[in-house]
Design a protein around this ligand. Sequence first.
Ligand SMILES: CC(C)(COP(=O)(O)OP(=O)(O)OC[C@H]1O[C@@H](n2cnc3c(N)ncnc32)[C@H](O)[C@@H]1OP(=O)(O)O)[C@@H](O)C(=O)NCCC(=O)NCCS
Length: 215
Amino acid sequence: MCPEWRRKGIGTILYNSAYDTLKELKANVLTTYFNVTSENPNEFYKNLGFRKWWVYHEAHYMNKRPMFDMDITFIPYEDKYFHSYSKLIQDCFYQLRKENDIKPYIVPFTEKDRENKASTKDSTYLSFEGKELVAAVVVKDGYIDTIVVSPSHQGKGLGRKATEFAISKALEQNPTSVHLSVLGWNKKAIELYIKLGFKITKTVQFYRQFCDKEF
Ligand SMILES: CC(C)(COP(=O)(O)OP(=O)(O)OC[C@H]1O[C@@H](n2cnc3c(N)ncnc32)[C@H](O)[C@@H]1OP(=O)(O)O)[C@@H](O)C(=O)NCCC(=O)NCCS
């Protein structure tokens, strides 16, 4: 809304007409999101019945090409690792999804996911200790995604090594923009990324409301 037209009830009228359409679609839950800037519309959404849900940050790598001491081996994903990879993802994201109420709490994996994973296998890297899959990262076009360390191996420096590996890979792919996203809840991961040279460049707030409201 242009600044001079604000606080005149127009936003609420627009929202109410959108809500009527959504009601016809029989939506159970409405979600919305916005970039967090100095002009936060928090109160606007709260008054309409929305409640804060979760926040994510986008972060960009700000350092020059680093020289990491790579004493960890990552190998490209292969279909034979599908079950151990799926289990690792489910174990690693259960707490995050539960505490942020992102359903389903256990990430589902189907045969379709298996095919998709196989078709993007070149961007997924796995690290083993003996035969056990202990860490994984996805790196595509400079975007780092899904850095995971098996819960039983966390807190021992593997996450840092996996992230360093991912940064090196991402810089090879796209030297001008290495970036990632992280949930605001994930303080541990945020601390790790900032230590390694990432800077938060954007914050997005999600709100939701359940549709038991009548206008
Ligand atoms: C985030 C994650 C990859 C970190 O892996 P890790 O092996 O536990 O991390 P490391 O042992 O290498 O620790 C690296 C840094 O992370 C932070 N960290 C790790 N454990 C922490 C803890 N229990 N409390 C606070 N910070 C912690 C610290 O900054 C630490 O640096 P330090 O050792 O210099 O203090 C791992 O916790 C994980 O897989 N989490 C679940 C999946 C996930 O959330 N992935 C990130 C998606 S964006």
